[in-house]
Write a new protein. Sequence first.
Length: 313
Amino acid sequence: MIAIGGNSLIRAGEKGTIAEQIANTRRTARAIVQIIRQGFHVVITHGNGPQVGAALLRSERAADHVYTHPLDVCDATTQGEIGYLLQQSLVGELADAGLYTPVATVLTQVVVSPDDPAMDRPTKPIGPFYSAREADARQQQYGWQMVEDAARGYRRVVPSPEPIEIVEEGVIRRLTDTGVLVIAVGGGGIPVMRVGRGLRGVEAVIDKDRASALLASRLQSDLFIISTDTERVCLNYKKPGQRPLGRVTAAELERHHAAGQFPPGNMGPKVESALRFLRDGGREVIITSCERLLDAVRGDAGTHIVTGGPSCD
């Protein structure tokens, strides 16, 4: 399982144009194909933060002319958009490598609980920044909850509940069993709740690494790779005494996490997802940058988290 971070799609300083995203997905696909050539069967997940923000903004600004999209529909839209770009890039890179593996994107719904405490405490900022006046108007008009974010203005916040079930798990499993390279759980999946025998979309955001860890566990993946913007997890990140971690046990990483080493808005969810995957029976997690994916799989880069044995910090 490879969870692609946002920097694999839109790099720092870019506007996020489709041309830029195509160039980035092609580079990411090249690294993934190199891993496939090592004999791995791969499932891909990805983030969608900038894309879903753009979809919400388009929906709001065009509201006088066309119907609007709620957040769950924006999640679905961006899953299709990013899946399409990744599929094209992967098919091209696979063909260049002489591999003709079929590729498919599965629009993925992820069940959350109405009783999740997060549903009553929206904390995840989404969409654009607004002035105080604009934020108040939207709060009155739409019932949004708004918070000041990073002294840059006000943003809407939504719940970020825990993923408890992948609705399309069986479909994903059947596809992977027949050799299909599957792209799934985009942006953490479309949050839904069970209502009777059906499903209802929820305006929430599921952390993509947590949803990816759940899918990796359910598929009994041996290796879970989290691609991010740094080659290794670091202690004292961007502080005096910064120290990158090479090979570390889950118990050691958990102690570092309990000591506050990994902030909630940065490395924290990735570390928590890694530990959860290992507790659920996974063998190894690698956290590394997109540029070092193949080197990390070969053992020459990245932070390798294992269930036991000696560490090599």
